[in-house]
Design a protein around this ligand. Sequence first.
Ligand SMILES: O=C(O)CCC(=O)C(=O)O
Length: 299
Amino acid sequence: MLAQLQFSPEEKLTQLPQPETVEQAFQLFTSEGYLLFQEVFEPEIIDTLHQAFLALYSRYCTSADQADALLVGNKRVMVTVRLEPPFNDPLLYAHPLILPILKRILGPELILSGFGAVVSLPGSADQQIHRDLSHLFGDDLLDAILPCYALNLLIPLLEVNEENGMTRFWPGSHTVYDAPYTELAKRMPYVDPPLTKGSCLIFDYRIIHLGRANRSAAPRPLLYNTYSRAWFRDPVNYLQQPPLVIPAAEWERIPAEYQPLFMAAKNNPLLGRGKIPQVADNPQAGLQRVGGSEDANAG
Ligand SMILES: O=C(O)CCC(=O)C(=O)O
């Protein structure tokens, strides 16, 4: 059974989740490590974003070989999406139905620490099993009881199905560290949640997962927002590109109430403007997210 939540008609009308819904979402997410939200965005909004993405990021939709994007598998890239129209929209980074749930999971001082897209190209293979980042302290017992420190919100820009490849998750694996990924994956059941246009999904940075092969003729872009506790900085996924790019003129479009979400980008002159140290200057450059050893920090 999928871990999923459907907001009530009243919640959708008021765009405000009831406290018990927030609590239910928190409990489900905490035990399963992922949670699907049905019918959050109007399909027309998703269509507009999809068209804009195909136009503005066309080169990433035709080749995965890009100097400024992270290769996260065969014919699959992770691209930073500039926070500018039509993507500079609070509905995308601070959705009123989702934000209270994110705050319950990550605390009220959470930040948006990354904003981008994962594109799987036609013909891409299954990704390697991986965690986006694993043990914070390298201690099985300690790490297994820690609460979520970062998560991704996936917003598919089209329906995601068997043909273009769902993301596969191993529920509960975010707190299990006693075996290599492939061994864990063999002994735990997995889910392949199909995503309708307008739905979205959150998953814990630590859950083991993989993006499945794209057997369709079209690229399959998923927008992703990374939310984290305010102190967290991702040491492995942004060696190639900055996690967030906010053009100078776009800051004032961010409503005052959401500015704290961007605190890390605002306070760090190297973030938010598309400048980060080159891979060779980065002390973490040896860590591999994809293609490293099975038990490396990330897959
Ligand atoms: O492409 C996908 O379905 C998911 C990609 C992903 O989760 C990742 O690269 O970490």
